[in-house]
Every structure is written in structure tokens, then in C-alpha cells.
Design a protein around this ligand. Structure first.
Ligand code: NDP
Length: 478
């Protein structure tokens, strides 16, 4: 009698994933560096299903059915490397090691290459949905070989969340680090989504003087339309919540500093390396940095003036309607940028990623689950080679309806001194990407001046350079 699958790392994520597997009828080997956590899982949840607890890694590996599948759910970074080494040394050719933690995809690529040398499979699997998702059905994004997915996929698809059409929110994303890459971008989009929702809240609070409860009502209403999503839903809940100590709206007693664990920054750094503009995600990530108790914010307080205009809002209902449209538009841009990054990553690293499937496996289980993800799947079904998600007929039509409102909101925010980094940067991106002509012409001319970087002409083929410091004659380069 052997276990179907094993999980090492019995902190909150690992134990919940193991319980989810056990509840779905799999025999699950469990292990943790310190034995106490393993014992606690058995004591508290042993009746969830069939567990094979082990105190040592040797026994853990020994309890697994071949080819073995062991999931690692330990602290990211060094600890994950240490556990991979330990596991790998005890495993055989054809066995599968899964890192279901949050790893940087380049680490996953490195680890996969090392294990491939030994004939073992390494699968970096993105798991979204937090603790609750791990227990009741996460969205799972596994990379690695097709062969490893044949063994692992059916188990993951069983425990994953199910979308409305019954399909599991799990699919083989692509080779080596593809799963962790897609999970990274998922988190980046999550950053943008959360920030732009908060900007809408801020505008209602500052421009309309609404209290948290009233703003919560608006989000609750929005959750019935195109914006329907987990994040809008929890925003309404959070805004309606009262602090237990003071009875004040909870959001009003929370310090305005948003922390980060790094996946937003990874998404942005990777996008910079790939040359993909993800301005919404970048501004959302920087917004957390600005908030995070920085010395700059302290230094600016009371020193930098705003010269804000006091603008009257004649029709608050219209203003809220504008905000809803602006939010939808900014959100569409953020998602479009995220999908562009996935497409570019796939190109760069040779992953065969079906973009529509990524939207499909985000429909349930994960933090960015939302009604409009179906539309993204449909757009890529219509045109798998879509180079700009926004240019899809459905999205370009949807966003067109939002533009006047979006401009009014950004203009209002700028005039009244309300910071809206994601509303504004996504609008700028939209205007840039659709522009007939960009001021990049001047930038390239400047580059030619000081660096002889050459330029192309609008009216002739070839590459040119002006002898700026001599007689300013134009030369054609070969
Ligand atoms: P933690 O990240 O808090 O890690 C704790 C676990 O790691 C414990 O089981 C601990 O064992 C083990 N560990 C730490 N160092 C070592 C080591 N050197 N050797 C062996 N084991 C070690 O656990 P979480 O459950 O919060 O997260 C697990 C992974 O899942 C992380 O990569 C995280 O980024 C990711 N993740 C977390 C989410 C969340 O909502 N928390 C959501 C999605 C992903 P011991 O008990 O012996 O100390």
C-alpha cells in the first residue's frame, strides 16, 4: 500500500493542499521538517482522508507509489532549494518533484534543468487562491514536461476549482518555468486590479465625501455587472466591515501602507527585460512602494503643495457611473498588458502557451477570478495570434464606450490632486498604443545626436545618421 502523492511542508498552504488531495480520495504522504506540524495535521484533520505521515524524508519518499510525485510547499528561496536537493537524492529516474510555492520562473528553469540531467522531472506549479483556495479548490498553473503532467495533471485537475462550465481551473501551461511565469503575471495583474479599485474608492471618498459604508454599497452594485469579480466582492465586504475596537469603518483604522512579497516587482522586472510595457502593473507596484512608510513620503508631507482646484460635482450619480467605466477600462488595459507579457515570455522561452486557456483557468479559485475572463478566452479563440488583446473586436468596442468617462475621471483627479497612478497610466498607454504618431521621433533624433544611434525615415528605406557635430549632412548607413 503506497501513497498516490506526497506533500512536504505542512504550514498553512501545504497542509491545506494535502487535505484537499485527501478529501478527493487520494492517498497522501505528508512530511514536515519539524514533526509537530505533521502530527497536528493528523490530530486535527486525520479524518479528511487517507494520510501517510512520515517523520523522515527517507520514509516520506519510501511511502510513495512509483513513479513518485512529491509536492514541496516550503518557504521560497533557499529552503526550497535545500528540500529539492534532499528529495532528489532519494528519488529515482522518472520521479516527479513539484514546487507549488511562489518561485521566480528563472529559478524554476534552473532547477528543472538540474533535475532533467538526473532523469527526474521538476514541475514548477503556480497555485493561486491563498489558504482557502488550497483547501477547497485553487487555480493551478503547472509547468514542466508533458510526461509529468500525464501523471500529475489528473490529480491536480481533480482538486482544482471548477469553472461554471465544470472545467477544472488547471491545465498544463508549458515547459519548465512556464507555470511559475504565468502565476507571476497573474499576481502582477492582481496588483493592478487591487490598486485601481482602491483609486476608485479614494475618488469616492475624497471627491464625493462618501463614507466607507456608502462606497461599499457602490462596489456591491458594481459586482452585479461587468466588473463582477472576487476582488470587487471582497472590497464591498471590507468597506462594510466595522472595527471591533472603535466601531469605526475598518478601512479607516488601517494604516495606509501596503506591503508586498515581491511577485509584482518580479512581473515588472521581467517585463522590463522582455521590453513589454505593463504600465498598470508597474504603477500599482510603485504605488505600494510609495505607501510603504518611505522617507520620501515623510519628507514631502507638509512641504509639497498641491494647488488643487476645488471642482464641483454637479451630478454624483454620473460621477460614480464615470468611475465604474474608468475602472473597467483601466482593468481591461492591465489584463491586456499582462497577457502581452505572457505572450512575449512564451516567445522568448519557447513555451507553447495557449493564452485563452490561461484566462479559462483563472475563472475560479484564484484571486483575480472575474466574469470578463470568459471574454478573454473567446478573444483568443477567435484569433490565437492576437498581438494586442485590446484590439480584439469585443474589447475595443467595450473600451470605446468607457473613454469619455475615463478621461473625465483622470482629468478630475489631476485637477483636484487625487493620485490615480493606474487610472492615469493605463489611459496614457491606451493613447500611446493607438497614436498615429508618437514623440518617439524626437527621442530617436536625440539618440542619433549624442550616440550616433541612427534613425529611419518616414519617406525612404534604409538607416540614416546626421553628422551633428560636423556639417550636419545626412549619411545613409549600410
Ligand atoms: P511558509 O512560506 O511560511 O513556509 C513554512 C514552511 O516551510 C514550514 O513547513 C517550514 O518547516 C518549512 N521550511 C522553512 N525552511 C525550511 C528548510 N530550510 N527546510 C525544510 N523546510 C523548511 O509557508 P506557507 O504555507 O505560507 O507557504 C508555502 C509556499 O506557498 C511559499 O512558497 C509561499 O510563497 C507559497 N504561497 C503561499 C500563499 C499563502 O497565502 N500563504 C499563497 C500562494 C503561495 P518548519 O515547520 O520545520 O519550520
Amino acid at each position: 500500500d503506497a501513497a498516490d502523492i506526497g506533500v512536504t511542508g505542512m504550514a498553512v498552504m501545504g497542509s491545506n493542499l494535502a487535505r484537499n488531495l485527501a478529501r478527493n480520495g487520494f492517498k497522501v504522504a505528508i512530511h514536515n521538517r519539524s514533526v509537530g506540524k505533521t502530527e497536528a495535521v493528523i490530530a486535527e484533520h486525520g479524518t479528511d482522508g487517507e494520510f501517510f505521515p512520515s517523520e523522515s524524508m527517507e520514509d516520506f519518499v519510501g511511502s510513495l507509489q512509483k513513479p513518485r510525485v512529491a509536492i514541496i510547499m516550503v518557504k521560497a528561496g533557499g529552503p526550497t532549494d535545500a528540500v529539492i536537493d534532499e528529495l532528489s537524492s532519494l528519488m529515482d529516474e522518472g520521479d516527479i518533484i513539484v514546487d507549488a510555492g511562489n518561485a521566480l520562473f528563472t529559478d524554476t528553469r534552473r532547477r528543472e534543468a538540474a533535475l532533467r540531467e538526473k532523469g527526474q522531472h521538476f514541475v514548477g506549479a503556480g497555485v493561486s487562491g491563498g489558504e482557502e483556495g488550497a483547501l477547497n479548490g485553487p487555480s493551478i498553473m503547472p509547468g514542466g514536461t508533458k510526461e509529468s503532467y500525464d501523471r500529475l495533471g489528473p490529480m491536480f485537475e481533480t482538486i482544482a476549482a471548477k469553472a461554471e462550465d465544470g472545467k477544472p481551473c488547471c491545465t498544463h501551461v508549458g515547459a519548465d518555468g512556464a507555470g511559475h511565469f504565468v502565476k507571476m503575471v497573474h499576481n502582477g495583474i492582481e496588483y493592478a486590479d487591487m490598486q485601481v479599485i482602491s483609486e476608485a474608492y479614494d475618488m469616492m471618498s475624497k471627491a464625493l465625501g462618501m463614507d466607507a459604508d456608502a462606497i461599499g454599497d457602490v462596489f456591491e452594485e458594481w459586482n452585479k455587472g461587468d466588473l463582477e469579480s472576487f476582488l470587487i466582492e471582497i472590497t464591498a465586504t471590507v468597506l462594510h466591515h466595522k472595527d471591533a475596537t472603535t466601531g469605526e469603518p475598518f478601512v479607516d483604522v488601517v494604516l495606509d501602507q501596503a506591503a508586498q512579497k515581491g511577485t509584482g516587482a518580479w512581473t515588472v522586472k521581467t517585463a522590463l527585460d522582455l521590453g513589454v510595457p505593463v504600465t498598470g502593473i508597474a504603477e500599482a507596484t510603485f504605488a505600494r512602494s510609495i505607501s510603504g512608510g518611505t522617507p520620501q513620503r515623510e519628507a514631502a508631507r507638509g512641504v509639497l503643495v498641491g494647488e488643487e482646484q476645488q471642482l464641483e460635482i454637479a451630478d454624483p450619480k454620473q460621477f460614480i457611473d464615470d468611475l465604474q467605466k474608468a475602472l473597467y477600462a483601466a482593468k481591461l488595459v492591465s489584463y491586456s498588458q499582462g497577457f502581452d507579457e505572457i505572450a512575449k515570455g512564451a516567445d522568448e522561452y519557447g513555451w507553447d502557451i495557449t493564452l485563452g486557456d490561461m484566462a479559462a483557468i483563472w475563472r475560479e479559485g484564484c484571486i483575480i477570478r472575474a466574469r470578463f475572463l470568459d471574454r478573454i478566452t473567446e478573444a483568443y479563440d477567435r484569433n490565437p495570434g492576437l498581438s494586442l488583446l485590446l484590439s480584439d473586436e469585443y474589447f475595443s468596442t467595450e473600451i470605446a464606450k468607457c473613454i469619455p468617462a475615463w478621461r473625465r475621471i483622470v482629468a478630475f483627479a489631476a485637477s483636484t490632486g487625487c493620485p490615480v497612478p493606474v487610472f492615469a497610466s493605463t489611459l496614457s498607454y491606451y493613447d500611446s498604443v493607438r497614436a498615429e504618431r508618437l514623440p518617439a521621433a524626437l527621442v530617436q533624433a536625440q539618440r542619433d545626436y549624442f550616440g550616433a544611434h541612427t534613425y529611419q525615415r518616414v519617406d525612404a528605406e534604409g538607416t540614416f545618421h546626421v553628422e551633428w557635430t560636423e556639417d550636419r549632412r545626412e549619411t545613409k548607413q549600410d
